[in-house]
Design a protein around this ligand. Structure first.
Ligand code: AMP
Length: 281
């Protein structure tokens, strides 16, 4: 496994793969890797000859007062984990390598689907994601790129601009990896105190409870309210509890498959999760 920190170095490392027409799989991450990230790499290994994982804490997707400075940077530990799952190349550029010194005058805004959910409480976040992912796609030029369904709205945004801009990459969504108690794995879980970590699985429990209630015929508005109450009672400050169609459009018909979304804070740690609820026709 190689680690490249410059675009030039990465391009050189991928040269042989490209000329011998090997398929390149790409997993963009911000590092501090856990089994959720590693499962994306495992999926990439199944489908691709060469797997590139980027580790880059992208400043432009963090808002003011968010955790850009304190975000955990654990490259050495990440490298060991990636070697174990057969990653071929780590791309770990500096901010300077990605953005240079000149001001960036180009932005990428995906309309509509970024207006609510995380888009509302994190203005500019998805523009920052779209810009960095587009830059990384142009640098790596992968055949396939792997993203987690944990960041469901992010995955939808990426699929949208890839389609709108004819970016020649196939985007693959990978199911959420959870801890045994149901908590969706996240680098931000590391911010939780011992007590908060015990409370955190309430998010998943409330989603599963909601699924049960919906299958039993409860009204969606009532079910969403129950989630909010459960979270608030457990000590969360709820950012949103919402339901959407799988394509993020508002729900129009009862009994269609839906996705439930939660964003909630425990202390200063913001956690997100989602669950697709299926209704048999
Ligand atoms: P991050 O390092 O948080 O930017 O995440 C990098 C990629 O890993 C994104 O595509 C995330 O959706 C994905 N990811 C993070 N946590 C999980 C998880 N628990 N299950 C599945 N994918 C995840």
């Amino acid at each position: 496994m190689k680690t490249e920190t410059t675009i030039h170095g990465l391009t050189a490392s991928l040269q042989t793969a490209r000329t011998s027409r090997k398929t390149i799989g790409f997993v963009p991450t911000m590092g501090n890797l856990h089994q959720g990230h590693l499962n994306l790499v495992r999926e990439a290994k199944k489908l691709c000859d060469v797997v590139v994982v980027s580790i880059f804490v992208n400043p432009i997707q963090f808002g003011e007062g968010e955790d850009f400075e304190s975000y955990p940077r654990t490259l050495e530990q990440d490298s060991h984990l990636l070697a174990d799952v057969g990653c071929d190349i780590i791309f770990a550029p500096t901010v300077d390598q990605m953005y240079g010194k000149q001001p960036r005058l180009t932005n990428i805004t995906v309309g509509g689907i970024t207006n609510d959910l995380c888009g509302q409480s994190r203005p500019g976040h998805f523009d920052g994601v779209a810009v960095v992912v587009t830059k990384l796609f142009n640098i790596v030029q992968p055949n396939f790129a792997f993203f987690g369904q944990k960041d469901y709205q992010q995955l939808a945004v990426i699929r949208q601009f890839v389609k709108d801009l004819n970016i020649p990459v196939e985007v693959i969504g990978v199911p959420i990896t959870r801890a045994e108690d149901g908590l969706a794995l996240s680098s931000r879980n590391g911010y939780l105190t011992e007590d908060q970590r015990k409370i955190a699985p309430t998010i998943y429990q409330s989603l599963k409870q909601a699924e049960k209630e919906l299958h039993a015929g409860a009204a969606l508005s009532e079910v969403l309210l129950n989630i909010k109450t459960q979270l608030t009672d457990a000590g969360f400050v709820v950012d949103y509890v919402e339901a959407r169609q799988p394509n993020l459009q508002p729900i129009e018909i009862f009994n269609q498959d839906i996705v439930l979304f939660i964003a909630a804070k425990l202390g200063s740690t913001r956690l997100i999760d989602n669950l697709q609820v299926q209704f048999k026709a």
